[in-house]
Design a protein around this ligand. Structure first.
Ligand code: DGL
Length: 259
């Protein structure tokens, strides 16, 4: 079986890494829409078209399941994709606000969500927060420069550190117990964040939950055959061979640092 995983760029590799760890005996087809990255600072309509084009192409490669390894793309197109492909198991992502609120409950501290400007501007995000945040403890912070930093493999330079410090300056971090990484590009910055943040702040992202749901869905559909080998075919919409090599390096970096 081939599991298709898709993102605008390197971010989806954080989900792929967790998928290979948890479901090693299937094969993967990973696609980055590098022609249009970043999604999170573009309009909803524009990004909707890019997602459909990319997934239509992926379907030509006989994928058996699809993971939208992108919070922004899920908010915009998961419903359309499920309508178009009713027989394809499709797993989307949303910022892990619910588990963060639950985990943080007993601390009396607040939750801070980092995501792209587009994700945070959509009604789906407001609906999610109002569903799970009864006591009004969730704050949101758009981090528009992180995807470009990540795409240029700048995970812990002085420039990135300054950007984080600047963005976090208005917040009293003593008030916060947990930070949610609501974009799949953000786990690359975890080592730097660990350095910057006070040690009482936990950091959560959505890849573990997403891959758990993927495994459960494959099981439910009776699809998990375990006859693959964890082989990954990388593709990007620019058809840039060097970018494919960079994705392999980035995956190794994630695996090595257990991100
Ligand atoms: N990785 C995507 C996400 O999870 C967003 C990246 C982008 O802005 O292109 O939201």
């Amino acid at each position: 079986m081939t599991i298709g995983i898709f993102d605008s760029g390197m971010g989806g590799l954080t989900v792929l890494s967790e998928a290979i760890r948890r479901i090693p005996m299937e094969d993967y087809y990973f696609v980055a829409d590098t022609l249009h990255v970043p999604y999170g600072t573009k309009s909803k309509e524009e990004v909707h078209g890019y997602i459909l084009d990319t997934v239509h192409d992926m379907m030509k490669h006989d994928i058996d399941a699809l993971v939208i390894a992108c919070n922004t793309a899920t908010s915009i197109a998961v419903e359309t994709l499920r309508e178009e492909y009713p027989n394809l198991p499709i797993i989307g992502m949303e910022p892990a606000v619910k588990p963060a609120v639950e985990m943080n409950h007993s601390t009396g501290r607040r939750v801070l969500v980092f995501a792209t400007p587009l994700t945070l501007s959509l009604p789906k995000y407001y609906a999610l927060v109002s569903r799970v945040d009864d006591s009004g403890i969730v704050d949101s912070l758009p981090m528009e420069k992180l995807v470009p930093f990540c795409e240029s493999m700048k995970y812990d330079t002085d420039e990135v550190k300054e950007y984080f410090l600047e963005q976090l300056a208005p917040f009293d971090l003593e008030d916060y117990g947990i930070i949610v990484l609501g974009c799949t590009h953000y786990p690359y910055f975890k080592p730097l964040l660990r350095e910057i943040l006070p040690s009482h702040i936990d950091i959560v992202d959505g890849s573990t939950g997403t891959v758990r749901r993927l495994a459960a869905l494959l099981h439910r559909y009776g699809m998990a055959r375990g006859k693959g080998s964890g082989k990954v075919v990388f593709h990007n919409t620019n058809e840039d061979k060097i970018y494919n090599e960079r994705m392999k390096d980035a995956l190794t970096y994630l695996q090595h640092n257990q991100l």
